[in-house]
Design a binder for this molecule. Sequence first.
Ligand code: CMP
Length: 136
Amino acid sequence: MENTLVLLKPDAVKRQLIGEIIARIEAKGYVIEDIDMLVPERDTLAAHYEEHEGKPFYEPLLEFMSSGPVVALKVSGHRVIEGFRSLAGTTDPTVAAPGTIRGDLGRDWGKKVVENLVHGSDSSLSAERELGIWFS
Ligand code: CMP
């Protein structure tokens, strides 16, 4: 059994898509093990996004992610890390495949940072690290 961290970003919460996105995760057969709704502290975001420090979208990203509540989910299932990333679709919602969360529900709003509704850990190492940040 594997666990992953899923974040429903502030754009998902503002657009009232929490239920829609969680329904897709559950309909796929994955299990919500833990859930928390919070406005993230800068320290939390800096730890979570440490690999992006110095990139042009880093500050806009932290500003966006602290602009309102996010929903953090610990999700479990066999191969859930890969499976959720497949459900989410590619980073850029404009070209994410229809049928995916980003492809069906996301678009480019012309902001400095790509607002793409969800985050999912990209490896078991990241999942362990990120779950430690959000569910310590
Ligand atoms: P996420 O998977 O949470 O990880 C980093 C986030 O930064 C990403 O989703 C997008 O929201 C954003 N992002 C990634 N690449 C870019 C980019 N080239 N320009 C703007 N924002 C980006």
